[in-house]
Design a binder for this molecule. Structure first.
Ligand code: M6R
Length: 607
């Protein structure tokens, strides 16, 4: 996957491209490159394997080159086709070195296209993108716009593409299908980007392209076309919340985003819940409550999947509606039996995850009801959904999803209560629950204050190579999410199990070298989970307990992290937050690059 950025204007593009790539880097950081064109067709090319900072250093070292490369395209790559090598980091160019392209997505039929072009072109890389560069040359009809219409007709897959023509500096043509493409307007020129966040600091307004649309930038203006006809669309102003915030005194964005959680909650519930009147008030929730639903199916990936799985417990408990959470790639792999009375819920921070997007396409094609809970405003999944609520977590910059998971879980809880209220849930129970939830920001702040204690424990546990994480009921998916975060950030092997499941096989792995983390707040399942953990203790497995503050069975525990003194429900949120701190500090103890874990990218737009 390559995330793309482009600029046309009066001034030199190189610094703008580097800055744009830095903002997009969270989406992939295997390699980066850029091409600039002067108005007299001179070309500037730079590439670097690794981080955008490596590209920035190379570009800066060429400061003696004072030409104005006023047209430029750039990309940052997360390897899909072909390894992280110099050759695959090459700017993708046609054989005649006239057309340079940047591409985000996957061209599924690239092998067939390549085979049809092989007699006339020599390929220097294994990438699907290079094939498109060659295809542009072979279909070129004297006009880049009409050529790109022909190119689009040949491509199968998901793509957003931007092309520059060495013989027409000042022109960029972009096309898109499923992958995002956004154009930004600024006083210094026109930008193209894979996301709004990268544009937010540079442009004053932006327009999101729809599928099959084409953007043509020439003569310092841009026009959008659909099937050859010009499309009129008002641009939207960039809002403050779309800009990537400063790091302030935090050591990583991951840490900052965890500490942002109490304030994120205020955004999430604004306009949705009134704590004074203890009411849920929201048009979308009211509309959902009117729907004739007898089942809910939640489809998502990674952390969003675990948030969805927690949501499943809420729907069953508060709304009495059967609910199943499914990993989106498995949804795609399974037989889909459409159900008209099922609400299909799609959760995604980025709103661009390919597995989720493709699942949604299948559900929509059968005319079923879709509901999106998405963080990035205007993203593909958000725009595809019949109903939707934004998670309003603010920009999540780097790879680990944290504050957005909390926001997703919160939104799911609101939906479950709104549906419950219109069914059998008593108004007094709704009011009690809202009163309880009003304490959440304070409880999370208390959890965050345990940072130094959690750091000390993380240091100790960073000495292990493997870990189990156990939980029951709500805390089973909480354990799943905790284990994902530990793996992703620290690279320690960490597996989640339902507490009751350990004895059915995995217990064989427990030893003094194999610790177990356990989420076990006071509540209905407390004693059962204690019994399960005693089975671990009997095998001398070290145990780290996540317990309620009022837990009196201290004699059982070796190491503890306190969740909150209140309910099981609030402990879901504080449990997640404390596990985020634990994973963060585990990673820091092992000197990991917390914001940019190896092999990963923030937004996965390939299946
Ligand atoms: O943008 P999405 O929520 O759809 O992304 C889904 C996963 O790729 C994402 O949650 C991933 O698992 C995170 N890196 C976890 O921290």
């Amino acid at each position: 996957m390559c995330w793309i950025f482009a600029y046309v204007g009066e001034t030199d593009s190189r610094e703008k491209l580097v800055n744009g790539l830095k903002m997009l880097e969270y989406r992939g950081y295997d390699s980066a490159w850029m091409v600039g064109l002067t108005n007299s067709s001179e070309v500037f090319i730079e590439k670097a394997v690794g981080r955008v900072s490596a590209l920035a250093t190379k570009v800066a070292s060429k400061s003696e080159d004072t030409k104005l490369y006023t047209t430029g395209i750039a990309h940052t790559r997360w390897a899909t086709h072909g390894g992280v090598t110099e050759a695959n980091t090459h700017p993708h160019v046609s054989t005649n070195e006239r057309f340079y392209i940047v591409h985000n997505g996957i061209i599924e039929n690239y092998k067939e296209i390549k085979a049809s072009l092989e007699s006339d072109h020599t390929f220097y890389s294994q990438t699907d993108t290079e094939v498109v560069a060659k295809l542009i040359e072979s279909l070129y009809d004297g006009n880049l716009k009409s050529t790109m219409e022909k190119v689009a007709a040949k491509l199968v897959g998901a793509y957003s593409l931007a092309v520059i023509d060495r013989e027409n500096p000042g022109t960029i043509v972009g096309i898109k299908l499923w992958s995002p493409l956004i154009v930004g307007e600024a006083t210094d020129g026109i930008y193209i980007s894979s996301d709004v966040n990268a544009l937010a600091a540079l442009a004053e307004s932006y327009t999101i392209l729809e599928d099959h649309e084409m953007i043509v930038i020439e003569d310092k203006k841009y026009s959008i076309f659909l099937a050859g006809e010009q499309v009129e669309r008002a641009s939207q102003e960039v809002e403050e919340g779309q800009k990537i915030d400063e790091l302030w005194n935090f050591t990583s964005y991951t840490e900052k985003e965890i500490f942002d959680i109490p304030s994120v909650l205020e955004n999430v519930w604004s306009g949705r819940i009134n704590f004074e009147t203890k009411e849920i008030k929201n048009e979308t929730l009211d509309a959902l409550a009117e729907l004739d639903i007898d089942r809910i199916c939640i489809i998502s990936s990674g952390s969003s999947y675990y948030a969805g799985d927690i949501g499943g417990y809420f729907f069953r408990k508060f709304a009495g509606i059967p609910c199943q959470a499914i990993i989106s790639s498995e949804f795609l792999a399974d037989t889909f039996i459409p159900e008209k009375k099922t609400l299909y819920v799609f959760l995604s921070q980025s709103g661009e995850t390919a597995d989720v997007r493709e699942s949604m396409k299948i559900v929509k094609a059968k005319g079923c009801m879709t509901f999106g809970i998405v963080n990035v405003v205007g993203s593909t999944i958000a725009r595809m959904a019949d109903y939707g609520l934004y998670s309003h977590a603010g920009v999540e910059v780097w790879v680990a999803s944290t504050k957005n998971v909390i926001a997703q879980v919160w939104v799911l809880l609101m939906v479950a209560v709104a549906l419950g209220k219109s069914r059998d849930m008593q108004i007094s129970d709704v009011r009690d629950l809202i009163a309880e939830l009003s304490e959440l920001p304070d409880k999370i702040s208390e959890t965050l204050m345990q940072g130094p204690h959690i750091k000390k424990l993380a240091k100790k546990y960073s000495n292990y190579d493997d870990m189990f994480v156990l939980g029951r009921n709500y805390f089973y998916p909480v354990a799943g999410e905790a284990s994902l975060k530990c793996k992703e950030l620290s690279y320690i092997h960490c597996e989640a199990y339902s507490a009751g499941e350990l004895k059915h096989g995995p217990l064989a792995l427990v030893s003094p070298k194999f610790p177990t983390m356990v989420f076990n707040p006071m509540g209905k399942f407390y004693s059962k989970t204690v019994s399960n953990v005693q089975e671990v203790a009997a095998r001398e497995g070290p145990i780290l307990w996540f317990i309620s503050k009022n837990d009196t069975h201290n004699e059982l525990y070796t190491d503890t992290i306190e969740l909150s003194e209140t309910s099981e429900l609030l402990s879901v949120f504080t449990g997640l937050v404390s596990s985020y701190l634990f994973a963060l500090y585990l990673a820091e103890a092992l000197w990991r690059d917390v914001d940019k874990p190896r092999n990963l990218a923030k937004s996965v737009t390939v299946e």
